[in-house]
Design a protein around this ligand. Structure first.
Ligand code: GLU
Length: 275
């Protein structure tokens, strides 16, 4: 039995890329689950969630119930954060984005405005990792993000790997640096929420776009730290628009809802996706 999932964020209408991801997930497993990744309260909207159900049903997909809403999973994420905290692997980070950018540029590493986080951006320089307990206590009323001490975590778990289309890939635990795990108003950031929920839902094959392949490195690290089962991975090609770019949620013409209104059939969508 292979359990797969489709995990959209209800921050816009689904487009062709989502249709491909959902169909690939459903075809790759024997049980197909749906998870609504609605942790970003400012951008998630109920009408987008309803549209997800409509679009997937229109495509002929059905999913098991109960489906999971990440917005209802605060307690599970809190428990995971406690485990990581008790292992001495988290620290509060008081830096604003501007401060992080300034710190990176001071180090002669980048222009003043830089993307932070992820393999294409700059890694968090670790400023707050070195604060003393007194300095932390003095700032306790300030809002902060909770970060993972990735180097310490890597040392603790030792070498890791994951299975990508049956090939073993060595984990680079520092690829994303000291990721944010949670912050005010966000009970879990993406990487933490995904590993906790994949384990909870019993997902044993994660299918998703290849743009998320790098994220697997840090997600595998979190699984090991939290003693969660290790799913296999099968990242798939991305569906690109006519100019070779990924569809964006702002690209209204490519939404499944718009295609449906224009009289496109699910069979035509599948043939467009070469499925
Ligand atoms: N919610 C993510 C997205 O919409 C997908 C997360 C995942 O598949 O791991 O891009």
């Amino acid at each position: 039995m292979t359990v797969t999932r489709f995990a959209p964020s209800p921050t816009g209408f689904l487009h062709l890329g989502h249709a491909f991801a959902a169909l690939m997930a459903q075809r790759s497993g024997t049980r197909f689950l749906l998870r609504i990744e609605d942790l970003d309260a400012a951008r998630s909207r109920p009408e987008f969630t309803s549209a997800i159900f409509e679009d997937l049903s229109w495509l002929g997909l059905s999913w098991e119930t109960p489906l999971l809403f990440q917005s209802a999973r605060g307690a599970a994420y809190g428990a995971a954060l406690e485990i990581l905290g008790a292992r001495g692997l988290t620290y509060p980070c008081f830096c604003t984005r501007a401060e992080i950018a300034a710190e990176i540029s001071r180090a002669g590493d980048a222009p003043p405005y830089v993307a932070v986080g992820g393999p294409d951006g700059h890694l968090y320089p670790g400023t707050c990792r070195h604060l003393s307990e007194d300095e932390r206590a003095a700032r306790k009323d300030q809002s902060f993000a909770l970060r993972l001490d990735a180097a310490r975590a890597a040392e603790l778990v030792g070498p890791l790997s994951f299975l990508e289309h049956d090939a073993e890939i060595a984990v680079d635990p520092l690829l994303f640096g000291d990721i944010v795990l949670a912050r005010k108003g966000l009970p879990a950031a993406y990487h933490l929420a995904v590993v906790v929920d994949d384990a909870f839902q019993g997902v044993d094959l994660v299918t998703r776009g290849e743009d998320l392949l790098p994220a697997t490195h840090v997600q595998r690290l979190l699984q090991a730290l939290l003693d969660l089962p290790e799913p296999a991975y099968a990242h798939h090609r991305l569906i690109l628009d006519s100019s070779g770019r990924k569809f964006s949620k702002r690209d209204n013409a490519a939404t499944l809802a718009a295609m449906r209104r224009a009289g496109v059939t699910p069979a035509e969508v599948k043939s467009l996706l070469e499925l």
